[in-house]
Ligand binder design. Structure first.
Ligand code: AHR
Length: 488
């Protein structure tokens, strides 16, 4: 173990870490909604109003704060009226983006809002600007949030929901530079202004409107967009960035079989999101101090598992994904002055999932465990933290962040992305005596290790020992491991 020093200053508070930074995303894509989350009321799989109980329990365990729906690319061809009322007469459609399968619309607005209530999370809707109409989106907001007398509120009541729901987060379109209409930023920005005009604040509900921001490093999109939308009730713009190990979308690499070189390229490409955040923030700050960044799609995107529908984006999840998740979450924490929300893509059975399902079986992925280990950062204050680091071939091996909760407890999270060097860390705590430290470690002998339906506990967090020193704590951070420490 290589000895290094670290510092956490509890007196130097930087910014608030919104709980929404630990948010998620569920799209009508492959087996995310159907089979993954929703099995219907008549399924033999234990469920509450059609939503799997094991999924609900897992989402509650990580304190899921917000869930984005119905897409993704699906959002810009979703027509909400197809997904309400009697299920036997709901329209069936083709899910053209994702595998050309039949979408029976049995999971719609009521099912989504009911599920969010069961989880205890905020709903985040992506509205259809690509192929919908201004009227359709305006009506959806009225249907969901209006408490008075109107055709849409009456329709909602007729469909069994007397009181309106609360809806805060509303995305006006999704990836409108791509699958959401292939628009130029000028065109999208004008449409954004038009669509948002008719999305009203009804019955005390206040919308937090999110404009479609850039794809990765498209700084021109951010600038042109903000030129046009900055004064039009824009609370945030989105950023989408996926980690593709090879950088080649035609051959992205396998989720479980990868070389060490591919592993390091995955980590480097993950760390690149920090540069994207900083550069987009520099542009945003020229327009406003109040507009935030929402990274509403992030995560690893690999080749699909052999034998699965290429349109379903089903992939396994290894210890490498756990490290990617930890690096991303530490970066979001450390930039919580601008990153207001982030949503992992996606919650179940799609891309870098929290959960994988097969019939009645469910597996928690290594990524899930990282969200569980980091959950005490939610709604805390980011603290100054420093850690000596290696700047050799494994540049920036250690990723870290620290926060203080309302009750004064600290959460320190570390990830060591080196495949061969372990570190022994002596961490000085300024302004806090470490009375009690509870730590957990997630690691495995092999960075390619993953959980399967037959061996669901191969990668599992374990209780971990942390020593108290005169001025703080000391602990080991083995190669390819994630450690979380809660100090009270
Ligand atoms: O998450 C999968 C897809 O990735 C989403 O539908 C889209 O927004 C993005 O391109």
């Amino acid at each position: 173990m290589k000895k290094i020093k670290a510092v956490v200053n509890t007196l130097d508070r930087k910014s608030h870490i919104n709980r929404e930074v630990y948010g998620h995303f569920s799209e009508h894509l492959g087996r995310c909604i159907y089979n993954g989350i929703y099995v219907g009321e008549n399924s033999p799989i234990p469920n509450t109003n059609g939503v799997r109980n094991d999924v609900l329990d897992a989402f509650r365990q990580i304190r899921m704060p917000v869930l984005r729906w119905p897409g993704g690319c699906f959002a810009d061809e979703y027509h909400w009226r197809d997904g309400i009322g009697d299920k036997s007469t709901r329209k069936k459609m083709i899910n053209t983006h994702w595998g050309g399968v039949t979408e029976d619309n049995s999971f719609g607005t009521h099912e989504f809002f009911d599920m969010c209530e069961q989880i205890g999370c905020e709903p985040y809707l992506a509205g259809n600007l690509g192929s919908g109409t201004v009227e359709e989106l305006a009506d959806w907001i009225e249907y969901i949030t209006f408490d008075g007398v109107s055709p849409n509120a009456e329709l909602r009541r007729k469909n069994g929901r007397e009181k309106p729901w609360k809806l805060k987060y509303l995305g006006i379109g999704n990836e409108n530079w791509g699958c959401g209409g292939n628009m130029r930023p000028e065109h999208y920005a004008d449409l954004y202004r038009q669509y948002q005009t008719y999305c009203r604040n009804f019955s005390g509900n206040e919308l937090f409107k999110i404009a479609c921001g850039p794809n990765a490093d498209d700084y021109n999109w951010t600038k042109t967009l903000l030129d046009i939308v900055k004064d039009w009730h824009t609370k945030a713009i989105s950023l989408h960035y996926y980690t593709v190990p090879t950088g080649n979308w035609d051959k992205k690499g396998s989720a479980t079989e990868f070389s060490d070189e591919e592993y390091y390229s995955t980590i480097a490409k993950t760390r690149y999101i920090e540069e994207l955040i900083v550069k987009h923030q520099a542009i945003i700050s020229q327009y406003s101090d109040n507009i935030k960044l929402i990274v509403d799609e992030w995560g690893c995107w690999y080749d699909v598992e052999e034998g699965t529908n290429p349109g379903f984006l089903y992939q396994q999840n290894t210890m490498r994904d756990a490290l990617v998740a930890a690096v991303n979450l530490n970066i979001f924490n450390n930039h919580s002055d601008i990153v207001y929300m982030a949503n992992l893509a996606q919650a179940v059975n799609v891309l870098q999932s929290l959960l994988l399902t097969e019939g009645e079986k469910l597996v928690k992925t290594p990524t899930f465990h990282v969200f569980d280990m980091f959950k005490t950062h939610q709604d805390s204050e980011l603290l100054y933290s420093f850690c000596e680091n290696d700047a050799d071939a494994n540049a920036q091996a250690i990723s870290h962040s620290a926060s203080i909760a309302k009750d004064g407890s600290l959460t320190l999270t570390y990830a060591n992305t080196s495949l061969d060097t372990g570190y022994s860390i002596e961490c000085e705590l300024i302004g806090k005596k470490a009375q009690k430290a509870q730590a957990r470690i997630l690691t495995s002998d092999n960075v390619r290790a993953h959980n399967t339906f037959d061996a669901p506990e191969t990668v599992l967090p374990k209780e971990y020992a942390v020593q108290s020193t005169g001025s703080g704590i000391s602990f080991d951070l083995p190669a390819h491991s994630v450690v979380s420490i809660v100090i009270s």
